[in-house]
Design a protein around this ligand. Structure first.
Ligand SMILES: *[C@@H]1O[C@H](CO)[C@@H](O)[C@H](O)[C@H]1NC(C)=O
Ligand SMILES: *[C@@H]1O[C@H](CO)[C@@H](O)[C@H](O)[C@H]1NC(C)=O
Ligand SMILES: *[C@@H]1O[C@H](CO)[C@@H](O)[C@H](O)[C@H]1NC(C)=O
Ligand SMILES: *[C@@H]1O[C@H](CO)[C@@H](O)[C@H](O)[C@H]1NC(C)=O
Ligand SMILES: *[C@@H]1O[C@H](CO)[C@@H](O)[C@H](O)[C@H]1NC(C)=O
Ligand SMILES: *[C@@H]1O[C@H](CO)[C@@H](O)[C@H](O)[C@H]1NC(C)=O
Ligand SMILES: *[C@@H]1O[C@H](CO)[C@@H](O)[C@H](O)[C@H]1NC(C)=O
Ligand SMILES: *[C@@H]1O[C@H](CO)[C@@H](O)[C@H](O)[C@H]1NC(C)=O
Ligand SMILES: *[C@@H]1O[C@H](CO)[C@@H](O)[C@H](O)[C@H]1NC(C)=O
Length: 520
């Protein structure tokens, strides 16, 4: 199936470039768990989840190498995914001090397939960040832990710190193994009956609707009380719809940034026309939709892999072109997640054994993406939008699909085409164009920034104002963020934070200013 092959390939080849021939190094000696409470009570004094069952997972918040502040209460380690799987999944759980969060638990999953969710924790929405190009970790003012209880999970087995070998062949396997893990997680931390929110990005657009649907099927609110999902820049349909068909539209939209030559621009537009992409997109982006769409034009026909041609042309002009964020230029930024193609080089924070010991990770030759092909025989499931996604929308009436406009891997217009072809809650697609504004509250210091009187360093580094679009119909919200790449919490953290508030029901509208003129 030509489904997200490009994503897997890209991540795969990037990683393969520097990967040594051997696979995972499994050291024989497991570091012993430090004794808690009596030794240094101050570190754990305020820990509300610390008990006999959880103490083997407690993370010493002062002990993370290179992090010169206490990251707060958290728990990490592995729990089995048996009997559906044969392994265990790694999690890192951060309880929130926010009183509104007491009946919630929110999951974050990165995609790939096969990318560790710790890239989300460390570079997107975690309580501390070490973002590309920065020299030291900082506290994240837009940490999702401010709002709710968060757990980042490496899954399916074979991803990040979750030991392989992978044993999933489709998304039903993914969901079953996740749920076996999840019951144990809930029992360990006493989270029975909590509202469960599942969030993530990219290939998690495939994982999450399947996991949420399988959970809802159980009708078991003790463990699987799913109340909403959010998928950003998601893999929810065939690549031809999400990637190929909208790519020339997007190139034209951002042509001044790409600066490709006229011969190429003329040729690629001619090919988009001849391959049928323009006609397909014009039909797809109609409100209300005129009827069901066919499958997107087949990009494997000669001359029709237009996305690939754009990428190759882009590299000639801008050797540091980044499909995840199309406005990147040279030089590449230093990246502590060790992305080989992005000049991560030797900097691979989670591959350090001292880091692994603090978070009770199995000693691992950690690769952010692609240690294993986590679907050894491919993902046999149909794309989530043609599968369980509509029913998850109907059963929660609380689904957010978010998209960054500066993503050149998956396109907002491809996602919209997919939405317009989906039927949920009694109608097909959006009836009106999704163009209401996404409003993100202003916060202290932002106005002073323009006047040069803001404190330096200015750590609330997120924009505010009308930052994109937000539109809701029949339980589905589509948001787009103009200045975000593939990872919304990384590029426009204020917008991601606002969307989480909406998902959790803390704010009623994404478009109105409401009472907020500064951060709540
Ligand atoms: C524990 O909580 C108290 C009161 O909220 C606070 O003053 C103190 O700093 C906290 N201690 C730690 C180690 O976080
Ligand atoms: C937590 O880490 C700090 C910094 O490494 C250390 O001083 C302290 O003893 C540790 N506490 C425990 C209980 O391990
Ligand atoms: C787990 O391992 C057992 C024994 O090797 C095997 O029979 C079973 O099929 C495996 N399960 C999965 C999900 O791979
Ligand atoms: C998150 O909480 C911290 C500590 O209470 C606070 O300084 C920060 O402003 C909060 N962030 C947001 C976006 O509300
Ligand atoms: C999305 O499609 C609309 C309508 O065809 C077009 O005006 C817009 O430029 C496209 N945006 C991008 C980023 O491709
Ligand atoms: C639209 O939905 C139909 C099924 O209802 C499916 O056959 C077709 O492939 C879909 N097209 C796209 C572009 O999603
Ligand atoms: C224009 O771009 C294409 C695609 O990268 C390239 O093959 C061609 O050589 C370029 N033409 C000139 C004159 O640079
Ligand atoms: C991780 O560390 C091990 C040994 O410390 C090293 O052999 C391996 O190459 C590292 N892997 C990556 C991806 O950095
Ligand atoms: C979801 O909303 C629809 C109206 O769009 C309503 O008919 C349905 O009962 C709602 N479902 C749930 C689970 O709230």
């Amino acid at each position: 199936m030509h489904f997200s092959a490009s994503i897997a390939l890209l991540l795969g080849s990037a990683v393969a470039a520097l990967q040594s021939p051997h696979q995972r190094i499994t050291q024989k000696v497991q570091k012993s768990t430090p004794l808690l409470t009596s030794e240094a009570p101050h570190v754990y004094r305020n820990h509300s989840y610390l008990n006999a069952k959880t103490k083997r997972f407690a993370v010493n918040g002062s002990a993370l190498p290179d992090v010169d502040f206490n990251i707060g209460e958290s728990y990490a380690g592995t729990l089995p995914n048996t009997p559906s799987g044969n392994s265990s999944l790694f999690f890192w759980f951060f309880p929130s001090k926010n009183p509104a969060a007491s009946d919630e638990i929110t999951i974050w999953l990165n995609g790939g397939p096969g990318c560790s969710s710790l890239v989300g924790l460390l570079q997107e929405n975690g309580p501390f960040l070490w973002q590309p190009g920065t020299y030291a970790p900082i506290q994240n003012p837009y940490s999702w832990v401010n709002l709710t209880n968060m757990v980042w999970v490496d899954q399916p087995a074979g991803t990040g710190f979750s030991p392989g070998p992978p044993t999933v062949n489709d998304e039903t396997d993914v969901a079953k193994q996740f749920m076996d893990f999840w019951k144990r997680f809930v029992d360990t931390f006493g989270l029975q009956g909590r509202k469960v929110y599942i969030t993530g990005e990219s290939y998690a657009g495939q994982y999450i609707p399947y996991i949420a649907s399988a959970m809802l099927d159980k009708e078991d609110t003790k463990y699987f009380n799913v109340k909403g999902i959010q998928i950003n820049d998601p893999s929810i349909n065939e690549d031809d719809t999400l990637i190929e068909a909208p790519s020339v539209l997007a190139l034209n939209h951002f042509k001044n940034v790409f600066a490709l030559n006229e011969t190429f621009m003329t040729d690629i537009n001619k090919r988009a026309e001849e391959c049928g992409y323009n006609e397909f997109m014009e039909n797809a982006l109609t409100y209300p939709p005129k009827g069901k769409l066919p499958t997107a034009p087949d990009s494997s026909r000669p001359g029709c892999d237009v996305w690939e041609s754009i990428i190759s042309a882009a590299y000639y002009v801008n050797p540091c072109f980044n499909i995840y964020h199309l406005t990147d230029f040279c030089p590449y930024t230093w990246n502590t997640m060790g992305f080989p193609s992005l000049a991560g080089g030797p900097n691979n924070y989670f591959n350090r054994s001292d880091v692994q010991a603090v978070i009770h990770a199995p000693p691992t030759n950690y690769l952010v993406c692609g240690e294993y092909n986590v679907f050894p025989k491919g993902d046999k499931s149909v794309p989530s939008a043609l599968g369980p996604l509509p029913s998850v929308i109907e059963r929660t009436n609380n689904t957010i699909i978010g998209h960054g406009w500066l993503d050149f891997l998956l396109f907002a217009n491809g996602t919209l085409a997919t939405i317009q072809n989906m039927t949920w809650n009694g109608a097909q697609g959006f009836q009106k164009p999704p163009k209401e504004p996404l409003f993100v509250p202003y916060h202290a210091g932002l106005a002073e920034l323009g006047e040069g009187t803001a404190p330096t360093p200015f750590t609330q580094d997120a924009g505010a104002g009308y930052l994109g679009t937000a539109h809701t119909e029949r339980g589905l919200t589509f948001t787009s963020v103009y200045l975000s790449g593939h990872e919304i919490p990384q590029y426009v953290p204020g917008a991601a934070y606002r969307q989480l508030e909406f998902l959790l029901g803390r704010v009623k509208s994404l478009s109105t200013i409401g009472n907020y003129t500064t951060l709540p």
